[in-house]
Design a binder for this molecule. Structure first.
Ligand code: ZN
Length: 79
């Protein structure tokens, strides 16, 4: 009789363990990296360097790294 109770207890423990594995306690995970949203990067249309959008200069829906490149306009090569 004691063996039966031990088996029942063991099976109950295994079932509880499996349920716990399948349904872990609520753990919030963030899918997106926060720094990507906080600091968007843009590409200079002249030299192709990447820089923070806060520091970039925009003209005609293009981004430039500096005033000189903004005046030069987009580069001829389209890369
Ligand atoms: Zn540039």
């Amino acid at each position: 009789m004691i063996r039966l109770i031990m088996w029942v207890a063991l099976i109950a423990a295994i079932v509880w363990f499996i349920k716990r594995l399948l349904n872990p306690p609520a753990k919030k995970t963030r899918a997106q990296a926060p720094e990507v949203a906080a600091a968007p990067m843009v590409r200079c249309a002249q030299c192709g360097v990447h820089l923070l959008r806060d520091r970039a200069l925009s003209q005609d829906q293009q981004w430039y790294c500096s005033e000189a490149h903004r005046l030069e306009g987009p580069a001829a090569r389209d890369r």
